[in-house]
Each structure stands twice: as C-alpha cells, then as structure tokens.
Design a protein around this ligand. Sequence first.
Ligand code: BTN
Length: 326
Amino acid sequence: MNTTTAAVLKLLKSSDSYISGEQICQQLNISRTAVWKHIKTLKKLGYVIEAAPKRGYRITEETADPIPEQLEGLLNTEHFATKICYHKEICSTNRLLMEQAKNGAESGLTIIADRQTAGHGRMQRNWFSPSACNIYFSNLLRPEIEPYRAPQIALLCAAAMYDALKELFSKIPFGIKWPNDLFIDDKKCAGILCEMQTDMTTVQHVVIGIGLNVNVTSFPQELEDIATSISIHTGHEENRSQILAAIINRLDSYYKIWLKEGLQPFLATLNNASVLKGKQISVDLATKEVTGMAKEIAEDGTLVITSDNGQDIKIPSGEVHIKKFK
Ligand code: BTN
C-alpha cells in the first residue's frame, strides 16, 4: 500500500462516523479523483467501505487479508517481519525471497502472499495456495551460526507454530511430524520449507517459508484425504492477521532462544507433540529406506529410531512415512 493510501486508511479509521471526500482532499492535499482511487485500492485489499451521498465514506469492515497495516500493531519482533512486503498474487514467497536474499536483502524481511501460483514444498512438491483463505509467507534470516545448526531451524519453527496455534485453538489436536509438518489428527494443515545458502564455514542466508491452511474448506481430489485446515475444525472462518501475528511473534522469540541455547528448550514440545513417537515408520534416505520405531527427536534435531534389528539410529533428514497396519 502506498503512503497516501495508508494516510486515507488512517483518516477513515480515526473517524467514528462518515468522513467526507472534501475533508480527505483537504487534509491530504489530494484531488477528489485521487481520493476515489485510494478508496478503490482499499476496497480491493478487502476493506468494506460504505459511500453515502453528502456524508462521505466510512469503514464498515476491516480487511481479512493479512496485509502489513493489519499486522503492524500486533507485532513485536527483532528478526521476523521487520519489513513486510505483501502481494495479492505471486509465484512463491520462498522463490521471490531467495532471489532477494541473493541480491542483498536485509535479514528480517518478510514476504506475504494472498495467493501463490507456484507455491512449493519439499521435494519440489506443489503447495496448494488458493486466494483469500490461507497464510503463505517467508522470512529471511542471516544467522551467524555454523552450517551444521541450520537444519534445526525448521524444528524450532515447528515448535513455535505448534505453541502459537495451541494457544489460539486449545481444542484442536495439533501434532508435529518431524521434521517440518503440522498435523491435525492424521491430516496435514501446515508445512515449513527452509531453503538456505551455506558454504563450509558460514550460512549466508536462510529463507523460512510457511504455508498454513486456515479457512480453506475444499481441496483438490489428491489432497482430500491427507490435508485439513483450522476452520474445518472450528466450524467458522478465522482471522488470518491475528493468527499470522501470533505465529511471527512466537517464531521471533523462539529464534532468539535457539541462537543462544539451541534446541534443548524446545525438545519437550517437539517430543510431546510428535505424531511419530512410538509408531512404526519408514524413512526415505538418499540411497536407501530405513524402517523401525520412531523414538524421539534428539537435541541435535535428528530423529532417533529403533531400527528393525534393535539398533538406535539417528536420522538427520528424510521423508517419513507412518506404516499402516491392516
Ligand atoms: C512442505 O510441506 O514441504 C513445506 C511447504 C511450504 C509451503 C510454503 S507456502 C509459503 C512458502 N512459499 C512456498 O513456495 N513454499 C512455502
């Protein structure tokens, strides 16, 4: 939103009743046509604005879109969303932010989209990203850490999301599926994709991308049995800005703790909420498949499994499948 549109919005919000077009013109030193254009932009962003002859304009409903102006007053962060770019539609918040990271963008930059045309998850899978219902965002970090720690970031994000969502929706049975998914019962509601650039000794940048199904109620056929959303469980539409702000605030505070103390403070959450614990699983590794019983998430972020021959093995990363017994 440009600064004049933001100023029009501020005037509308500061008034309890109607504010005339003439008043807006005078206070912002703009023409009547310009006022009309800014009102149109605000309507496109989802604000419901009533226009009454001789009285002027008034906001009757805030936008449900998670736009920066809706988030600003709700955020208190140092490393996340210190600058926010909002797009009604882009290919992928991760793709765009990875490009900007390579061009020197500052740590803390967040890109939010209402819709993604090429949202992706791990293994280059598509991430279903329809408009006006869900949360899709990415945040850039430039941590001064050794590269071996970087994969732990997805786990601290999972813990942050779990705790933020549990606080908002205490009745929903969320779970964490190592290393990067949030589940409700046995269906996925959120995914975390951390993409990074590192060399032998340093991490140049990490882009954390998060997709959360909030208000979507119908999925393409291939996702019907494996995906779910928050509103499917609450039975009504939820406010995306409030949810996103709660998640970003929690990410910021957990990230600061993790920089100093590592994953230790989050192990209880990660293990208590684990949907894998005690389950028979198989893990696709680069060259082979390992099967066994999922035991715990260790302090270094690995998944410990007791393999079929009784040995404990630490899995650093991989795609996990829960075995179904008939
Ligand atoms: C996964 O489940 O494998 C991770 C899914 C991550 C999806 C999010 S949506 C916002 C960001 N932009 C993307 O293209 N992907 C991530």
